[in-house]
Structures are given as C-alpha cells and as structure tokens.
Design a protein around this ligand. Sequence first.
Ligand SMILES: *[C@@H]1O[C@H](CO)[C@@H](O)[C@H](O)[C@H]1NC(C)=O
Ligand SMILES: *[C@@H]1O[C@H](CO)[C@@H](O)[C@H](O)[C@H]1NC(C)=O
Ligand SMILES: *[C@@H]1O[C@H](CO)[C@@H](O)[C@H](O)[C@H]1NC(C)=O
Length: 396
Amino acid sequence: MKAVKGWRLCGTSYMQSLPGARHRAPPTRKPLWILAVVSLITMFVIGAYVFPHHRRAACYMFSSKGCKGLTDWLPPSPRELSDDEIAARVVIREILSSPRVIKKTSKIAFMFLTPGTLPFEKLWDLFFQGHEGKFSVYIHASKDTPVHTSRYFLSREIRSDEVVWGRISMIDAERRLLTSALRDPENQQFVLLSDSCVPLRSFDYMYNYMMYSNVSNVDCFDDPGPHGIGRHMDHMLPVIPKEDFRKGSQWFSMTRQHAVMTMADSLYYSKFRDFCGPGVESNKNCIADEHYLPTFFYMLDPGGIANWTLTYVDWSEGKWHPRTFMREDVTHELFKNLTSIDAVSRVTSEGTGIVTWTQCMWNGIKRPCYLFGRKFHADALDKLMDLFPMYTSGFD
Ligand SMILES: *[C@@H]1O[C@H](CO)[C@@H](O)[C@H](O)[C@H]1NC(C)=O
Ligand SMILES: *[C@@H]1O[C@H](CO)[C@@H](O)[C@H](O)[C@H]1NC(C)=O
Ligand SMILES: *[C@@H]1O[C@H](CO)[C@@H](O)[C@H](O)[C@H]1NC(C)=O
C-alpha cells in the first residue's frame, strides 16, 4: 500500500510542476491495472527479502540478507591497509628507488647453503681463478664444519644454525647469508647456491649476465593446485591474500636493493614463520622456502623479478626430489644441452599438471636460461673438472 501512495504523491507533484497543468482535465478514473501490477511487484520484492535465495541469478536481482552471492558479483572494494603494511610499503619503495651502481670493484656474493663440506670446491676454485676482487664467498654449514680444498673457501663460514628442509629455518639460513654478504658494500649481486650445485658458464659470462640484468632472478609462478595456492593458510589473511600466494624454487640471484628489501621485511616473513608449516591448518603443509620469496616479491615488486631461477634442475622423473646427475651422466653433450635451454617449463599441481613454457629473456633479448646446474653427485667431480674448460669456453 505504501508503494501505491508514493506513486500518487509523485504523480501529483509532477503535475503541479508542469506549466499549464492547471488547464488540463484532472484524471477522472484510477487506472486499476497499475495498482494491481505495483502490488504484485511489492509482494514479490518483500518475498525476495524474507526467503533466502539459493540461486545466483536471484541474488543478483534481489540481494536478500541471507544471500552471500551478491558480493561475489560486485568488484571487491579495496581493503584498508594496516599501519604495518603501509610502513612496509614506504620502506620498500624507498629501498627500490636507490639507483643501481656497478663499478669495477663491484662483487658478486656466492652464498652456499650446505650441511657440511662442499664437494665441488675444487671446481669452483677453477671457476674463480683469475677473478679475484670480483667475488666473495659465504658458507652456511648447518651440520658439520666443512673441510676445504680451495683457498677461496677458507674461513668463509658464517654463524650458522640447524636447517630443516621446507621449514622457516631454511629462510633464516638464507637471511643469515644475506646479512653477512650485505656487510661488504662492494657486493652488488647475491646468489644462493647449494652443495650439489655447479657452474655452467665461465666467471666473466656470469658476472656480466647477473650484474647487468635489469631484474633479479627470483622464481615465481602461479600454481592454483594443492601444492601451490592449496598451501596458503587462512591465518595469513588479510596480509597475504590467497590469490597472491606464489610458488618458486628457492635458488635466487638478487640485486643489492632486493637483498636489503628482503632483510627489511618482518611483516610478510612473520606470516610464514608463524603459519607456514605442518599442523597449522588441518592436514595442510606449507613449504616456507618455496613460497615466501615468490609471494613477497610478487606482492611488492612484481616487475623487478624475472620469475625464473638461474639454476637448472631436472624434475622430469616426477619424484619428490629432483634427478641427481651421476658420474656417468656427466658428458660434454649434457652440458651442451643444459646451456642451450632457452625456455622454462612450469608444471602446476592441478590434476595431471598443466605445463606452460616461457621464453627466457635478458634485458629484452632472448638468451639461454641457466648459469648453474644441480643436483650433481660428488663422484662427478673429476669429470666436471676435465670438462669445465671445454664447456665454459665453447658456448660463451
Ligand atoms: C614477472 O611476473 C610479473 C607478474 O607476476 C610481471 O609483472 C613481470 O613483468 C614478470 N617479469 C618479467 C621480467 O617478465
Ligand atoms: C641432449 O638433448 C637431446 C635432444 O633433446 C637428447 O636427445 C639427448 O638425449 C640429450 N643428451 C643428454 C646427454 O642429455
Ligand atoms: C628491463 O629491460 C627490458 C628491455 O629493455 C624492458 O622491457 C623492461 O621493462 C626492463 N625492466 C625493468 C624492471 O627495468
């Protein structure tokens, strides 16, 4: 009835506001059919509010209180950031705005994450020879004190602690390495390597590739499956939205600005420290080292990373751990193959896995993707030493 009254009032004022309305004949008979239609619509709308809908179309039309569907149809309203989030953004913007200055004295920090003795020190020695002053070495040995076979590795251990694969202790070890390496102001590039990792290129090739790349090589991709977004924890909300959760290999190469940015972070790091692990939410697990840096960089400097790692690894066997190259696998042909790969493949964990390929680009130019390779068995050392001069001169 209210609606009908409103209609009449409306009609009256409309008539009065028209010049010359007075001279028209007033409506003599009420149009009954309009009354009927309006009552019907009113009843329908009231009904729509009283009874919750279960269909999306109904939500779209009526938005009753019990209907959550409508919010899904509307564009999300931007969330108000907390003080900590605003502070993190301000600090990071400031760090990223400092210019990158590469001088003759600029060095690359080679940061080794290892349980103990590095099996390929002799090979790295060959690699570093003649390039003194252009690199520095840092070793985080989490279990045993390493026995050295190369002068470049002597007394390069940093303070270390236990590392558990997939846990936050892995990120803590990476941060320890970054901290130590940042203390030397000449270090301009920071590469994380493992004990089973070997160089695929000559020192000069690597130096120029990393120093003059305009992005950091942090691996990052969107895996909507159970081993990607499926590992996001609700406890990370709202700081880390589910749709921003990313995945990638832990082996990075980053600029000084990005290394400082990583060390400046406590907000995003704390979400992974506190909630990324087994037993936090039902039977979910979350591998901290596969998600923290990819997610952090995706959220705060997506344009500053290449989205793939410079370290080759072979996952093609489809097991929990990647393939280990044995002594007999190490041939000239293998290195020719590894150094000619110029696209990276991504396999998501949805269903049987969706594979996508991305061309590797360096400052807008197509170039092979990898500078390092893993995993190599310690027994392969002598063969690697024999082949090294050949495979690093042949394809540069
Ligand atoms: C890496 O991915 C982000 C989006 O996730 C994109 O904005 C950025 O341009 C990519 N980096 C390169 C070098 O293509
Ligand atoms: C090198 O690549 C070729 C072509 O993909 C392949 O047939 C061959 O088996 C590879 N060799 C090694 C040693 O990986
Ligand atoms: C890096 O260089 C490429 C090619 O010049 C350019 O398209 C890209 O925007 C640059 N990226 C950054 C972060 O400067």
